[in-house]
Design a protein around this ligand. Structure first.
Ligand code: ZN
Length: 432
């Protein structure tokens, strides 16, 4: 009887599976998918931003076609709920000899479901352009498997994984050009989002996320800058949340904007005061980055597929997916957190926030001034409030303003948490 039942169930399960995934159309493993994407991009020979946009076999236009084909397939699978945009623009910089040149970014947008958050975008981006040893050379082979076909693959994998899901806020999966020419595509991505009326709730650039180079530590590094005081910034708050969502065994926080002497597409977002971080592999081998493929004194140079670790690419995509899904379902962070109670024995935290019916409340966070990570000091339940009151005040009895840093964040009825907003003292002149 039991067997018969199970058999009946398994036939039903097979039937159900055949409805969503017809035979022969099974989704590939993410690591195999990552390999296929990277190999297709590398097959373009070079994806230098000043190479041909019209040659379908060689050049940056060939790279664009690979990305567009992939994302359009996801768009179709999603029943067009996801929307693919090819953003053509003109730009100039020292690395275009200050001459205006054409560029193209590609975005896949998954609209948010909640009118309160649908104009907030959570963004992942990789750059699909590449370079040989000479940044101004658009002709020589520049495979760019790791830098940054790997990050481009992560955007596509994340788009595919999240397309069937629903989130309160919008998700944007980007592949941009012009990174090596001076972060031109990243700057454009921010301009485009702003022009479309989006507020950036969080941005991740995945740049060089394709190799582990024998590193015993296989965690993806998350770079975040410290802000004007060197201590906190929206990016730093986001980095802490990325770690909290994924675990210390999956991500390694690095409290720096970027690696020494290097840049990335999160920078324009950071400079605009937005929460943005950079994901990079645990240990880089500079013989495989920004190098024309060649052998010199028995050493092989070049950014080649054979140096890649596609399991790591897939794991990085999983971290990105989890992060975006959590952040895009959380209530908006408090608009403002202010710390009062200076020169008294008790600190007071004042919060201002937008009304959100899905918010359960807030958490007051604190940490020792020597600590890197927040702890929850107090939970404020506002879930039963029915009026759209947007200010809250919490007195922290017998806790001095001076011995800790404080912050606050929103918590949703679904348990999702926003990034933290530091509670800073209102500016006042110190007594003489
Ligand atoms: Zn790069």
């Amino acid at each position: 009887m039991r067997n018969k039942c199970l058999r009946g169930l398994s036939i039903l399960a097979l039937l159900a599976a055949s409805l969503v995934a017809p035979a022969g159309a099974a989704s590939p493993e993410p690591s195999e998918d990552a390999r296929a994407i990277v190999e297709a991009l590398v097959a373009c020979g070079t994806r230098h931003s000043l190479s041909s946009w019209t040659d379908t076999k060689r050049g940056v236009g060939c790279g664009r076609d690979v990305v567009v084909r992939r994302l359009e397939a996801v768009e179709n699978e999603s029943g067009k709920r996801m929307r693919v945009v090819v953003d053509k623009f003109e730009t100039s910089a020292p690395r275009t000899k200050n001459v205006p040149v054409p560029m193209e970014n590609i975005y896949a947008i998954l609209p948010g479901t909640d009118p309160a958050l649908e104009r907030t975008a959570f963004v992942v981006s990789g750059h699909y352009d590449s370079m040989p040893s000479d940044i101004m050379d658009p002709a020589t082979d520049a495979p760019g498997a790791d830098d940054d076909a790997s990050g481009t693959a992560v955007s596509i994998l994340a788009a595919r994984a999240l397309a069937p899901t629903r989130a309160r806020a919008a998700l944007v999966f980007a592949a941009v050009a012009g990174e090596e020419q001076g972060l031109l595509g990243g700057k454009r991505l921010l301009e485009w989002l702003t022009k479309q009326g989006y507020t950036v709730g969080g941005m991740i650039t995945c740049d060089i996320v394709g190799a582990t180079n024998g590193s015993p530590d296989r965690r993806v590094r998350v770079f975040s800058e410290g802000g004007p005081d060197g201590i906190d910034s929206p990016g730093r708050q986001m980095a802490r949340l990325v770690e909290e969502i994924n675990g210390e065994d999956k991500v390694r926080l690095v409290f720096r904007l970027d690696r020494f002497g290097r840049g990335g597409d999160h920078r324009p977002f950071v400079e605009a005061g937005l929460p943005a971080v950079r994901f990079t592999e645990p240990l880089e081998d500079y013989r495989h980055e920004h190098q024309t493929p060649r052998v010199e004194n028995g050493i092989e140079y070049g950014d080649l597929v054979k140096f890649m670790d596609f399991d790591f690419v897939a794991k990085t995509a999983a971290v990105v997916q989890k992060t975006l899904a959590e952040m895009a379902n959380a209530p908006a962070p408090p608009r403002k957190a202010t710390l009062g109670g200076a020169v008294t024995p008790s600190a007071v935290v004042f919060l201002e926030s937008e009304w959100d019916a899905e918010r359960a409340g807030f958490e007051i966070l604190w940490r020792e001034t020597t600590e890197a990570r927040w702890s929850v000091l107090r939970t404020i339940d506002t879930g039963n409030r029915t009026s759209p009151s947007s200010t809250f005040e919490e007195t922290l009895s017998s806790i001095s303003t001076d011995n800790h840093y404080f912050a606050a964040r929103s918590v949703g009825k679904n348990g999702k948490k926003s990034i933290a907003v530091p509670a800073v003292a209102a500016a006042r002149r110190p007594p003489a």
